[in-house]
Design a protein around this ligand. Structure first.
Ligand SMILES: Nc1nc(=O)c2c([nH]1)NC[C@@H]1CN(c3ccc(C(=O)N[C@@H](CCC(=O)O)C(=O)O)cc3)C=[N+]21
Ligand SMILES: [Mg+2]
Length: 284
């Protein structure tokens, strides 16, 4: 098998650090608090939200899940956000994506005050990321967690050819900005990209986030490439697979597994950002 990147291990190491930060904050009378709004009953979203809640509990972070029916109006979600914005016990607000069709996700993300925007989706925080601002701002947790993994497995990204496949708000776009801020040469590929095979063959780092099983084959990437698989696809028989097919036994290539790669890093990074926001709010 290709060498697997141990996302679970890196996530656990990060959680040990977070737990110690939380302990110190609690000793000062500050308990970090996160609120997650889940609209509807998407089974995958319910698993992710449960994982987030469990991680918060284990770390001593207060968490509140607000589960609303799929038919909830945008106004109702906005009213919930306004209440959480005004609640001093809440440091971090996350509205789980995807949301039902009647809700405009951009309007929701812009309604969260930037200071509690744990996903980093508010235009002010997106702008800070694109400007590579030096003062603190929250940034999207999946790509930030990937940067933490890369820091372990490919610490010097300067001048590296980085290929991001998929341009979502959640992953591809912020990933492009973070790799750019780390001085990689970034290509953002998407469904209209015409020379994908060549881009794949040339890349030093590939982040795949398209949501299609076996979209990328390890036999198509360089011998010393690092591949980050963001895909989570549930097959008909219930097994979970990423976007990458590992068809290179005995290779030296590095790949994140699914599960146990990017997923646990996303959760740990979300907790990291929550604690950072709590610290920002406390003026310590
Ligand atoms: N506002 C918002 N912020 C998000 O950060 C956000 C979101 N919406 N919508 C959906 C995506 C996806 N996401 C995951 C979180 C944990 C796992 C996770 O725990 N994965 C486990 C397996 C989980 C399973 O068994 O299904 C693993 O990969 O090992 C996966 C995916 C957060 N997201
Ligand atoms: Mg608090």
């Amino acid at each position: 098998m290709t060498k697997l990147i141990d996302g679970k291990q890196v996530a656990n190491d990060l959680k040990v650090q977070i737990a110690s930060s939380v302990k110190k904050l609690i000793a000062l009378g500050i308990t970090p608090g996160i609120a997650v709004i889940l609209v509807g009953d998407d089974p995958a979203s319910q698993i992710y939200v449960r994982n987030k809640q469990r991680a918060a509990e284990k770390l001593g972070i207060d968490s509140e899940v607000i589960h609303l029916p799929a038919t909830t109006s945008e106004e109702k979600v906005l009213a919930k956000i306004a209440a959480l914005n005004a609640n001093p016990a809440i440091d971090a607000i996350l509205v789980q994506s995807p949301m039902p069709a009647q809700i405009d996700e951009n309007r929701i993300q812009s309604a969260i005050v930037p200071e509690k925007d744990v996903d980093g989706f508010h235009p002010q925080n997106v702008g800070a990321l694109f400007n590579n601002a030096q003062d603190y701002y929250p940034m999207a947790n999946t790509p930030r967690g990937i940067m933490t993994l890369l820091n372990e497995y490919m610490p010097n990204l300067v001048g590296k050819k980085a290929l991001v496949i998929g341009r979502s708000i959640l992953v591809g776009r912020p990933m492009m900005a973070m790799l750019n801020n780390a001085d990689a040469t970034v290509t953002l590929a998407h469904r209209h990209t015409t020379n994908l095979e060549q881009l794949i063959a040339d890349a030093d780092v590939i982040v795949v986030a398209v949501g299609k099983p076996h979209f990328l084959k390890m036999s198509d990437v360089k011998a010393d490439a690092v591949v980050i698989d963001v895909g989570i696809n549930r097959l008909a028989d219930g097994t979970l697979v990423g976007d990458v097919l590992d068809d290179m036994p005995d290779s030296e290539q590095l790949l994140t597994p699914v599960p146990g790669g990017v997923g646990p890093m996303t959760i740990a990074t979300l907790m990291q950002t929550t604690v950072e926001l709590a610290r920002q709010h406390s003026t310590i």
